[in-house]
Ligand binder design. Structure first.
Ligand code: ARG
Length: 581
């Protein structure tokens, strides 16, 4: 075990049990960061209250029973009864050595692996992906990677909006343009915003077109073969577009991960029947509704989840309920993480509440809405084009690449790059910049999409971290060895070496936590702290020109462990790390 928090917690618990009896063996020792030592245990304060004694006396008694051997170099009781703990250099060095030698950087796998669905990206067919989809795609992909790394079985699920009444007008519009326009990649079809809006305009202004569209919806619902074929043409055009964006972003989604709303079409009816049989769905004002307890409107009236509209059509909520039922009954998942915008919070709360009433969700099967905040323009308003339209995601990413190129050409490089190498590095820098900027803020808060700030090589940015990685790699190149050849042993002398080694020990706990709380920004923050500790080390501790061979071997080992922590951590965030920069 290399996590200092866990090691110290175990020691303090043993002391509690020795001092106050075995019933305290798993009391929370309240281990926290400390400004006077590496960590502190604050348990004496709550415990003193319980025992009716002075906190300082309780703290002294814990210290008297504390086994410090091999781990703790110094213990001090301070203030009202904080126990300040300083780890021994020998223990830190040995733990860092384990990190270095372990393939998984000594990150444990979870005891109980879960089957987790991470639902993310989920754009809509025949509609432009907007920056909201950018965030769910980036955050969801990071969560899928993180949960997989700690040992869960992850199902990536792209819940594409590919079904519903708009498809009637979209198919009729496609027929008007001519199907071959889609095959040619004609912009009247491939410009999805334009395509959708044109269909909408006709639907609103042309009665005959609207009639045709409505009939087409009926044919689609009835499974008419020709209609389904046309529908598939639209789905394929959109998928090609989604895949282009995913490829550009370097996310792990593929066609195999798409399970659109259409997949659940046949399950809607049995789902509704079950809700009726269980007495959960009742008819109200002609519509079939569920009223989950605790949800009320302005006047205190119960709020419905509409399961089936009065015209017999099903709703967005119905599909989500059928999805939960399918995942529980057929896929037997333990956990569902919905990476979707905050604006849908009420929708998910109510759907989850109905699913709990139906018994699909319970203490063993959890569903979570991992809420995503808005992306703002530099004017502080929702990001839009100058004319107020939806920003095309692919254009936004192209712009990031262009700007990254300009910044890249301004910095000093170890060597000139040929065009292909330059282009590859620039693309990695651009995507790293956009992704890290997104992932370094709490996923449910808003942020301003500001390419200048994101692409900077200074500050808490993707490019800064990529540069830190490239710098470590160049040390190995100059030293004439590979990082894998740096075996140590790690010995700690300079405080910057100690601080870096200690920082490296925190990786496992952070990754675990990020997955548990669905908060990748914790990992983003940690990676920056590692790079920061490395920078201090780099400035104070010469590696290739170390004073003696033993120190050099130890420092190279620290570089290698840092390199792997940064590369692995950034990879879990989906941030690529170019070999050179
Ligand atoms: N397609 C929807 C949109 O673009 C998001 C779907 C979210 N997931 C869900 N299960 N409702 O807004």
């Amino acid at each position: 075990m290399s996590d200092p928090q866990l090691v110290l917690a175990a020691r303090v618990q043993a002391a509690l049990s020795a001092a106050f009896g075995p019933s305290y063996a798993d009391a929370d020792p309240v281990i926290r960061p400390s400004s006077f030592a590496d960590l502190q245990a604050n348990v004496a304060l709550p415990l003193a209250k319980k025992l009716g004694r002075k906190p300082r006396d309780v703290a002294d008694e814990i210290v008297a029973h504390l086994d410090t051997a091999d781990v703790v170099a110094d213990v001090q009781v301070s203030g009202p009864g904080f126990i300040n703990l300083t780890l021994s250099d020998g223990w830190i060095a040995a733990a860092a050595q384990r990190v270095l030698e372990d393939e998984r950087l000594d990150v444990p796998r979870v005891d109980k692996p879960h089957k987790v669905v991470v639902e993310y990206s989920s754009p809509n067919v025949a509609k432009e992906m907007h920056v909201g989809h950018l965030r769910t795609t980036i955050v969801g992909d990071a969560l899928a990677r993180i949960l997989g790394f700690v040992g869960h079985e992850v199902i990536r699920d792209n819940h594409v909006g590919d079904w519903g009444t708009p498809f009637g007008m979209l198919i009729e519009h496609l027929l008007d343009l001519g199907e071959d326009a889609a095959a040619r990649g004609d912009s009247s079809v491939s410009d999805l915003t334009e395509f959708y809006q044109a269909a909408r305009r006709k639907f609103d202004g042309d009665e005959a077109f609207a009639d045709r569209s409505r009939r087409r919806v009926v044919a689609l619902q009835a499974g008419d073969a020709e209609t389904l074929r046309l529908w598939n043409v639209l789905v394929d055009v959109s998928k090609r577009y989604f895949n282009a964006v995913y490829g550009q972003l370097g996310v792990t989604l593929s066609d195999a991960d798409i399970r659109g709303e259409s997949f659940y079409n046949d399950l809607l009816e049995p789902t509704v029947r079950e809700l009726e049989e269980k007495g959960i769905a009742v008819v109200s004002e002609g519509a079939l509704c569920a009223f989950p307890p605790g949800f009320t409107g302005r006047e205190g009236e119960p709020l419905p989840v509409i399961i089936r509209k009065s015209d017999g059509g099903y709703n967005y909520s119905t599909t989500d309920l059928a999805t939960i039922r399918y995942r529980v009954d057929t896929e037997h998942v333990d956990r569902m993480v919905y990476v979707v915008g905050t604006t849908q919070a009420l929708h998910f709360q109510m759907v989850f509440a109905v699913a709990r009433m139906a018994g699909w969700l319970n203490d063993d099967v959890r569903a979570e809405h991992a809420q995503i905040g808005n992306v703002l323009g530099t004017d502080g308003k929702l990001l839009r084009t100058r004319t107020g339209g939806t920003v095309k995601l692919s254009e936004l990413l192209d712009e990031a690449v262009e700007r990254a190129g300009a910044v890249f050409d301004e910095i000093q490089h170890d060597q000139p790059y040929d065009e292909a190498t330059r282009a590859a590095i620039v693309r990695d820098v651009a995507m790293g910049a956009v992704k890290y900027a997104d992932l370094s803020v709490a996923r449910d808060s808003e942020y301003v999409f500001d390419l200048d700030r994101m692409i900077s090589f200074h500050g808490k940015t993707g490019p800064y971290l990529q540069y830190a990685v490239a710098r470590i790699r160049s040390i190995f190149r100059k030293g004439g060895l590979t990082p894998e050849q740096a075996a140590g042993p790690i010995v700690l002398g300079h405080p910057a070496e100690r601080a870096l080694a200690l920082e490296l020990l925190g990786f496992g706990a952070v990754v675990q936590q990020a997955g548990e709380t669905t908060e990748p920004h914790r990992l983003a923050t940690y990676i920056y702290a590692v790079a920061d500790a490395y920078t201090t080390f780099h400035e104070n501790c010469p590696v290739l020109k170390a004073p003696d061979e033993q120190t050099k071997a130890s420092r190279l080992a620290l570089c290698a462990a840092t390199l792997r922590t940064l590369v692995t951590g950034l990879d879990l965030l989906g941030v690529p790390t170019p070999e050179r920069m």
